[in-house]
Design a protein around this ligand. Structure first.
Ligand SMILES: [Fe+2]
Length: 469
């Protein structure tokens, strides 16, 4: 880094604001939403930033953090039609290799991001995260992931929440998101968060969405929290949510069901369980065929599936006002589930990685009384879970309920209903291990984060077991 670059970078956004653009948005600093990368390939990665300027936006990728060895560079422009977001497809990089990147407008330089191409190593380390509700907590878990040595971070959805509540932090806009402008503003607000910026700057993200990127329990045909009388047509709202997501997230355009290859070690199939969902299918025919084909023919040792909602059956213990199962998860689509699980046959190295239900689980995934896969569920980063929904202190009644759940669902080997945090996944030829790291206090932006539980699936077993540490 040259002296000028270093000074500009260190002084950061404050200086950037002083030399801003002279447009209607001149008060906003350049690069106030940070930088991000995503969707790593063996030879490339997607870079992202947002910058409100009519000037050219230069970018560069280097093999070192000091930018002594720049390997790619180019110039692009930000456009209002894309809410001034910028995406760069970088190709012809080396596999399984770290790179650093930054953007520049005039002499204002963005924060430096670090990324990594995918590829074949002897191990794979992934962050796993879901359900980051700005209103109810701080994102110390993202900050923890930013400090880890990871190949990528998998986001399983609820990256934003579209609703409006003011429990800890006040969302923008000050109402639930319905229009394109609403969703853009909500995404923009999340990307001002220090921990969101840190995790994006540290690792490439592999993201899919769940419901709250559009509306609660959404599908292609609607959402129970959507009222056409006041919110307008569902199709228009879903299109707005979708456009804002693709503008603001470091994902390739158009399709969230997609594949990532980590050499002979692992293949990751990311699912989109909202866009093609109807009353009768959670996958849609094309995604179902693609998933089954991958799980049955892909040669990698491990088949990882990024799966926004729980695939293991879940019989809910009898509770006042509770239905016996949750039809928003795969339990509501038994035909699709049976087709997928039956296809696994003798293959025992499928591991589902799941979010959505704001609690921590390790499950054997059963079919006709036998385990055919394993499932690891990351808890919510901040979204309310059992103790908060019931407004009781942590571990009050949860221990009893967890025991009831495991008695009714013997394929569930671990259930923890109260804690928030993130997970990391360590993949080797011998095993896939999930570690749950819990935040001590989700209301504290500087909260401690510590490993709390570990489970693993050994090669060719389709069973999960606790790892003591
Ligand atoms: Fe959620």
């Amino acid at each position: 880094m040259t002296g000028v670059d270093r000074r500009t970078f260190l002084i950061g956004a404050a200086v950037a604001g002083a030399v801003s653009t002279g447009t209607a948005h001149a008060a906003a600093p350049l690069f106030e939403h940070g930088v991000a990368s995503g969707d790593p390939l063996p030879d490339g990665v997607l870079l992202w930033t947002r910058v409100v300027t009519s000037s050219p936006v230069a970018w560069e990728v280097a093999a070192d953090a000091e930018f002594q060895r720049v390997v790619k560079r180019g110039v692009t422009r930000a456009a209002a039609a894309r809410d001034h977001t910028v995406k760069i497809e970088v190709h012809h990089l080396r596999p399984n290799t770290r790179y650093w990147y930054r953007f520049r407008v005039g002499d204002v330089v963005s924060p430096v991001g670090r990324t990594k191409t995918s590829g074949c190593g002897s191990e794979l380390r992934l962050g796993v995260v879901s359900c980051a509700n700005w209103s109810v907590g701080h994102f110390a878990g993202y900050g923890f992931l930013a400090q880890q040595e990871l190949d990528a971070v998998i986001h399983l959805g609820d990256y934003i929440y579209e609703g409006y509540s003011t429990e800890l932090r006040v969302p923008d806009p000050a109402h639930k998101c319905v229009t394109l402008d609403d969703y853009r503003r909500r995404h923009a607000q999340y990307k001002t968060d220090q921990h969101v910026q840190a995790v994006h700057a540290a690792h490439p993200m592999i993201a899919t969405w769940d419901d709250h990127e559009s509306a609660d329990n959404s599908s292609s045909i609607g959402s129970p929290s959507h009222d056409p009388a006041t919110d307008g047509p569902w199709g228009a709202r879903l299109a707005a949510a979708t456009q804002a997501y693709f503008e603001w997230m470091p994902v390739r355009e158009g399709k969230l069901d997609r594949i990532f290859r980590f050499g002979e070690l692992a293949t990751l199939s990311m699912l989109d369980l909202r866009s093609y969902r109807t009353d009768t299918t959670i996958l849609g025919a094309a995604q179902r065929d693609w998933l089954i084909n991958t799980l049955t023919t892909d040669p990698a040792r491990w088949q990882l599936v990024g799966n926004s909602v729980m695939i293991s059956p879940f019989k809910i213990p009898p509770l006042p006002g509770q239905p016996p199962s949750n039809p928003d998860q795969w339990d509501g689509f038994p035909a699709d589930r049976e087709l997928v699980l039956r296809s696994l046959g003798a293959r025992k190295n499928t591991v589902f990685l799941t979010g959505d239900i704001h609690s921590s689980w390790a499950c054997d995934v059963p079919l006709n009384g036998e385990s055919v896969a394993t499932e690891y569920i990351v808890t919510s980063l901040t979204s309310d879970n059992f103790d908060e929904l019931l407004k009781v202190p942590p571990r009050t009644g949860s221990l009893v309920l967890e025991a009831q759940i495991m008695a009714l669902n013997p394929h569930a080997k671990f259930v923890e209903l109260d804690s928030h945090g993130v997970s990391t996944l360590h993949v080797t030829a011998d095993e896939v291990r999930m570690d749950w790291h819990y935040v001590a206090d989700k209301r504290d932006p500087n909260s401690a984060v510590a490993r709390a539980h570990s489970f693993r699936t050994r090669h060719n077993t389709a069973h999960t077991e606790r790892v003591l540490f």
